[in-house]
Structure formats: structure tokens, C-alpha cells
Design a protein around this ligand. Structure first.
Ligand SMILES: [Zn+2]
Length: 88
């Protein structure tokens, strides 16, 4: 079954999101729980049963962005300190 479950457009290339309507094109092949097993091993700050894969992805993206910012902020601080500009 290669048709979009939302608009029934053929989805021959098996895109996760339908190229026609932009919605998820097929039923998830992996259950949320299967996905969560991996994530749950690393994280304890959310309730497995009440989150969705989409939410988790969104959250992981935000966290990653924040981590990236913190990382570069730290690097900059380090750099300034090394150059003797610690208070600038
Ligand atoms: Zn569609």
C-alpha cells in the first residue's frame, strides 16, 4: 500500500510525509514505544506513555539547538579569557 493515508495520492517513493498534502503518508512502521526504548535509555525527564514521536523530535531539536548555543558561548568565553578579555 503506497498511497497516502491522508489524501490517497500515490506515494511511490515512500516519503514519510506526503509530497501532495504534507501530512504523514503512511502508518508508522515503528510504534512510539519501540522508538522510545532507545530514547528512554538516555533520558528520564518525560513520561513515555504521554509523549509522541513528533513531540519528542521537536523537543530533541530544541535541546540540540540550545546545547549548540551553550557550547559556542562557552568557547567564546574561553577564548576571551585566554586573550585576557574575560570581562568584555
Ligand atoms: Zn497526502
Amino acid at each position: 500500500m503506497n498511497d497516502c493515508i491522508n489524501c490517497n495520492e500515490p506515494n511511490l517513493e515512500h516519503w514519510f510525509y506526503c509530497k501532495s498534502c504534507g501530512e504523514r503518508a503512511s502508518e508508522p512502521k515503528f510504534t512510539t514505544n519501540m522508538y522510545m526504548i532507545e530514547e528512554a535509555a538516555k533520558r528520564t525527564d518525560f513520561e513515555i506513555s504521554t509523549t509522541t514521536m513528533d513531540k519528542t523530535i521537536e523537543r530533541a531539536k530544541k535541546e540540540r539547538t540550545k546545547q549548540g548555543q551553550d557550547f559556542w558561548r562557552g568557547k567564546l568565553k574561553e577564548f576571551k579569557k585566554r586573550r585576557g578579555y574575560a570581562n568584555s
